[in-house]
Design a protein around this ligand. Structure first.
Ligand SMILES: [Zn+2]
Ligand SMILES: [Zn+2]
Length: 418
């Protein structure tokens, strides 16, 4: 068996790992780097791929998959919820970045026709390979994948969160004996603060902003993070208006149909029922002037309604913007966080609103990653990916020194054989 590292090596974005055996080949994720001009993983001939196995809907894992449905037809496997959410996110991606993309809407439709929606723990066979999808705790529908073939058993974590959140159950950590692990390293160098502390601080800050007459913008990913923030505000009975906008609303509708993927469907339902759902420009113009909390995609301010809200909200020091997720370098969200600058009508402007970061991570931190590896059976070869260079290298070192595993941070184009 061979693994080819196509992307997300020493970087976050454009994940893609090709597993080749004598009988057949499976591709684990095929995403894009969602910067202004999207970057892709290394090229693979569609005819060389028997199946694409997708861990979750995020574009850095899914965004380039339609490329396999332009001339050829391969099979796509993911959880049923991931398939629906992926369609939603790629449709939006085509709207925002279509100009730069080498595929079209029609290719997305071909992809949907070849998509097999699985339930967690369902086992599938692809030409001598067996795959199983386990709970990953990262976004609704997300999975880690166990792939087995030619006597080698691989775990690909995808993006993984081994703690409970309000919205999702924690990831499965029982993998059985493993020969190879491809692990994410997003926060391999950082420990997350206790979740309840973050929740309380966030709600207190939101209350402070609204009570001083300000509006708080929470740019949040439409899938998962937006709903988690709504659940946090509900859990603490936040007494002021809360609104949600953009694609997060479509996600809500989908999640109502897939409640088995949620940790607490009742809390989710109550959270959504108690907030204002923004669907028109008149509502948008009113709410942005109302002391309130506005939860709106895009999470990195690359598009969507959060860009509109940011224009108005960033100009007033009574207001605030909270960053609640990882911001990829080069995105407007990262620039806002690092430099306090927003791009308004193409020009950089100093932001007057208060900018705060809250660590609502849905990725395991250093402590959780090390704990997960301590619990793994066998002595697998480990590849650290999906983190910046420092994190991938550091995690590989720690796994070698502290747990005695043979671990490396591969580079793009590397091929490893077993
Ligand atoms: Zn993700
Ligand atoms: Zn990711």
């Amino acid at each position: 068996m061979k693994i080819v590292f196509l992307g997300a090596t020493r970087e976050v974005g454009r994940s893609g790992f090709l597993v080749k055996t004598k009988e057949g080949n499976a591709l684990l994720d095929y995403g894009v780097q969602p910067t202004r001009e999207p970057a892709f993983p290394m090229h693979v001939q569609p005819k060389d791929v028997d199946a694409v196995l997708l861990t979750h809907a995020h574009l850095d894992h899914s965004g380039a998959i339609p490329l396999f449905f332009i001339s050829e037809r391969t099979e796509l496997y993911a959880t049923d919820l991931t398939i629906e959410l992926t369609k939603l996110l790629i449709e939006d991606f085509l709207k925002i970045s279509g100009f730069y993309l080498p595929f079209e809407y029609i290719d997305l439709l071909s992809m949907m026709r070849m998509a097999h929606g699985l339930k967690l723990y369902e086992q599938i066979k692809i030409k001598g390979l067996t795959a199983k999808f386990l709970e990953a705790g990262h976004i609704p529908g997300s999975a880690s994948i166990i792939l087995e073939g030619e006597g080698t058993r691989i775990l690909y974590t995808g993006d993984i969160h081994t703690c409970d959140s309000l919205l999702l159950r924690s990831a499965d950590a029982e993998f059985g004996e493993l020969d190879v692990v491809i692990t994410e390293s997003t926060y391999a160098n950082a420990n997350h603060p206790p979740r309840e502390d973050v929740e309380k601080e966030f709600v207190e800050f939101a209350r402070e902003v609204v009570e001083r007459g300000g509006t708080l913008l929470v740019p949040a990913f439409s899938v998962g993070r937006a709903q988690e923030v709504a659940c946090v505000l509900k859990k603490y009975n936040f007494p002021h208006p809360v609104a949600m906008d953009g694609m997060a609303l479509k996600t809500n509708e989908i999640l109502f149909r897939y409640q088995e993927y949620l940790r607490d469907p009742t809390l989710f339902r109550k959270s959504i029922e108690s907030i204002e759902l923004i669907t028109s420009w008149s509502q948008r113009r009113r709410i942005v002037q109302t002391p309130s909390v506005i939860i709106s995609p895009a999470g990195m301010l690359v598009g969507g309604a959060s860009v509109f809200y940011n224009h108005t909200i960033s100009k007033n020091s009574k207001n605030a913007i909270t960053i609640v997720s990882y911001q990829i370098p080069g995105t407007p969200g990262r620039t806002l966080l690092d430099k306090g600058i927003a791009i308004i009508n193409g020009k950089p402007k100093k932001v007057k609103a208060e900018v705060r970061r809250f660590d609502f991570s849905f990725h395991s931190g250093r402590k959780e990653l090390l704990e997960m590896f301590k619990g793994i059976k066998g002595s697998p070869k480990v590849y650290t990916v999906h983190g910046d260079e420092e994190n991938c290298v550091k995690l590989a070192e720690e796994l070698s020194i502290e747990i005695g595993l043979d671990a490396i941070a591969p580079k793009t184009g590397d091929i490893h054989s077993f």
